[in-house]
Ligand binder design. Structure first.
Ligand code: NAD
Ligand code: UDP
Length: 336
């Protein structure tokens, strides 16, 4: 099955392409390389012995997408392409709405023109805002997002839901990721943030490899066991497998399908620091700093809906997440 993968050169998209190729699916990648490098294609080829078809281009360019759809018999789309830095979204809201919202609308229009009716969309647990209770189920309230990035994901969910109501023969799957971390176990692919990392795991990895002096722990006065923020970290390989499970199950059935992709377990910042230290044998220097504005105390997923409908469950441990991140970071200290 040929699947258009937008943003397939990025962190989650590249790992998903590898797993797709291993599963006998054929990804056709569209990416404008605004946050990724061409070298990713070589790494995918080295791991799978297949060089996926790649088009450098922008999902906001419908003429370009029309051409891609006309050249291949595409059955489904996985839509990863977008901008993802929360802080940057506050400074550049128009760019975020244009890329994430407009990009998704242009893509849906191009799919309609081409008669492709199955899409899996990268949403985020951020659509739940500050949850009233944990674990978070797919029925928990959504929409109380705290920044333009989160709102852009919520808006796309609303647009796709309205679009589904008008086109009930489509399959639209919204996957709400919790906190993706880790890397391919080979150490040849991983997360390669440009500039200072915003997220915890790549920041810790850069401290361990000596690119940064110390981690700032944003708050130790949350109502959590050790006072630091608790999140549901999920290995990127599990996340990749979750997309394939979604494609193979609900991706083949009309409906608006919504799933959390998480592990169902919460880990604190300090627990992640300690796990990384153990995996890498490096001490991770850190200092306690004030809370980061907009952060929530804790969140983790209810995983039963995905387990039941997709037959998928995350299986990789925190030890594998930290060990694989370290393997990638130590072999590629400057990224790709
Ligand atoms: P990433 O930045 O590594 O990958 C996104 C890719 O999309 C990049 O290769 C980038 O060059 C490309 N891209 C961006 N705008 C584009 C455009 N207009 N046209 C074509 N290509 C474009 O990010 P990621 O971590 O792999 O995230 C993938 C998706 O998952 C994003 O939509 C993100 O918002 C979502 N998500 C990520 C996380 C996370 O923590 N990484 C959590 C929840 C949701
Ligand atoms: N965090 C931290 N220092 C950092 C980055 C993150 O203490 O440099 C904390 C953050 O406050 C949160 C957790 O780590 O409790 C996960 O943050 P991340 O930005 O990775 O994910 P998100 O906020 O999207 O859940």
């Amino acid at each position: 099955m040929k699947v258009l993968v937008t943003g397939g050169m990025g962190y989650i998209g590249s790992h998903t392409c590898v797993q797709m190729l291993q599963a006998g699916l054929e990804p056709i990648i569209v990416d404008n390389l605004c946050n990724s490098k061409l070298a990713v294609l070589d790494r995918i080829e080295a791991l799978t012995k297949v060089r996926p078809i790649f088009y450098q281009g922008d999902v906001r360019d419908q003429a370009f997408l029309d051409k891609v759809f006309s050249e291949h018999d595409i059955q489904s789309v996985i839509h990863f392409a977008g901008l993802k830095a929360v802080g940057e979204s506050v400074a550049k809201p128009l760019e975020y709405y244009d890329n994430n919202v407009n990009g998704s609308l242009v893509l849906a229009r191009a799919m309609r023109t081409a008669g492709v009716k199955s899409i899996v969309f990268s949403s985020s647990a951020t659509v739940y805002g500050d949850p009233t209770s944990v674990p978070i189920t797919e029925d928990s309230p959504v929409g109380a997002t705290t920044n333009p990035y989160g709102r852009s994901k919520y808006i796309v969910e609303c647009c796709f839901s309205d679009f589904y109501d008008s086109q009930p023969d489509w399959s639209i799957t919204l996957l709400r990721y919790f906190n993706p971390v880790g890397a391919h176990p080979s150490g040849s692919m991983g997360e390669d943030p440009q500039g200072t990392p915003n997220n915890l795991m790549p920041f810790i990895a850069q401290v361990a490899v000596g690119r940064r002096d110390k981690l700032s722990v944003f708050g130790d006065d949350y109502p959590t066991p050790d006072g630091t923020g608790v999140r549901d970290y999920i290995h990127v390989m599990d996340l990749a497998d979750g997309h394939i499970a979604a494609l193979n199950t609900v991706g083949q059935k009309s409906g608006l399908h919504i799933y959390n992709l998480g592990t169902g377990n919460g880990s604190s910042v300090i627990e992640m620091v300690n796990a990384f230290s153990e995996a890498s044998g490096k001490e991770i220097a850190y200092e306690i700093c004030p809370r980061r504005p907009g952060d929530i105390a804790e969140c983790w997923a209810s995983t039963s809906k995905a387990e039941q409908d997709l037959g998928w469950k995350a299986s990789r441990s925190i030890m594998e997440m930290t060990a694989d991140t370290w393997n990638w970071q130590s072999k590629n200290p400057q990224g790709y």
